[in-house]
Design a protein around this ligand. Structure first.
Ligand code: SAH
Length: 341
């Protein structure tokens, strides 16, 4: 579909249909504005007919707004696949949280996105579309961009869909497109080591966020099956490699779960593991997912554990939870309707 193309590829496509060059530009502009084919007013019917099969089609099947202003959208593609995306509005700008896969095959015990497994990968254009639609809803276009930041933290494991995700990174940071700098993009991964190194080798400089959630491999294996494939030690060494190549400080995410990973001893051990690294730990009390019988710690406890880690010499913060009432918070996105309505 046409959103998978950069401007050059789109020019070639237009040439194949023997259309004049300016049509390519018009189509590209319409795509970047998040317009549906019907909404394009400057293309004649015969041109529309020619491109109809390749022009992206979608349906917004749900758009919810949380009391904190967070918006959650469910998009449906022609094959029936459904993905959720979230818009978080802060004083300094608007962040879109995109999904990279329909479902997920990582199987983390605390996450709703993995219930039902992986359905399919999203293409680069399908990931981009999530940002373009929110940009349009905010009244922006490719010139007056309203979306300032993007986080690849919706459903799916971005590095399990490497080709499409990196193509998306190129498209969104393209100066002819939304031109969102890699500095303003965060990619979260459960820690696929080879792919972390590849990302650095391929010269991407996004902020890398690692879903760590445990101070040692034993605890990690209890909640994240991927821990059987990669040791924390190997993930840290891949992070070092990423830091050396990109100069970007790595962020570790740590969802605090009652009776699993949130004792003082757990946090002290985490301190010993991460001490001396240029990193930040982002604590978040586990958000509830009704099918999972794991409990988050109270917020007060999270602040206490965060200060404990600081005493151990590791920078940390407690993440604000947004959009929980519409099931738009971390780990609550799904590929089915039903959440938060
Ligand atoms: N697969 C990637 C991208 C998902 S990002 C990854 O694992 O990083 C979503 C973030 O929310 C991840 O850090 C994930 O571990 C975290 N998360 C998942 N379920 C959660 C929950 N119930 N409460 C809080 N955070 C959760």
């Amino acid at each position: 579909m046409l959103l998978d193309f950069n401007q050059e590829e789109l020019t070639k496509y237009v040439e194949e249909f023997a259309l004049p060059k300016f049509r390519g530009k018009q189509i590209f502009d319409a795509l970047q504005k998040g317009k549906t084919l019907e909404e394009i007013s400057n293309l004649p019917k015969d041109v529309k007919n020619k491109i109809e099969n390749d022009y992206p089609k979608w349906e917004i099947v749900k758009l919810l707004e949380s009391k904190d202003g967070t918006k959650k959208m469910a998009l449906k593609f022609p094959d029936g696949s459904l993905v959720e995306s979230v818009l978080l509005s802060y004083k300094y700008g608007n962040t879109v949280c995109v999904s990279t896969q329909v479902g997920c095959r990582m199987g983390c015990k605390f996450c709703a996105s993995t219930l039902g497994g992986l359905k399919r990968n999203l293409s680069a254009g399908e990931i981009l579309l999530q940002v373009l639609i929110f940009n349009k809803l905010l009244g922006g276009n490719e010139k007056t961009r309203k979306v300032t930041n993007v986080v690849l933290m919706g459903s799916g494991e971005p590095l399990d869909n490497y080709e499409n995700v990196t193509k998306f990174l190129k498209l969104i940071s393209d100066k002819n497109g939304l031109n969102i700098s890699e500095r303003n993009i965060s990619l979260s991964t459960c820690g696929l080591c080879e792919k972390i190194r590849k990302l650095a080798d391929d010269n991407f400089k996004v902020t890398l966020t690692i879903s760590l959630h445990a101070p040692n491999d034993e605890i990690r294996k209890k909640i994240m099956p991927i821990a059987n494939a990669y040791k924390i030690k190997d993930i840290l060494s891949a992070c070092d490699y990423y830091f050396e190549k990109t100069g970007r400080r790595v962020i570790f995410e740590y969802a605090l779960i009652e009776n699993v990973n949130s004792s003082e001893e757990n946090i002290k051990e985490l301190g010993r593991v991460l001490k001396g690294r240029s990193c930040l730990v982002n604590f978040i009390p586990l958000n509830s997912v009704k099918e999972r019988n794991l409990l988050g710690v109270p917020r007060k406890r999270a602040y206490f554990l965060s200060s404990l880690l600081e005493k151990e010499g590791v920078n940390s913060t407690v993440r604000r939870t947004m959009g929980e009432d519409i099931e738009g918070a971390c780990g609550q996105l799904r590929n089915k309707l039903g959440g938060g309505q």
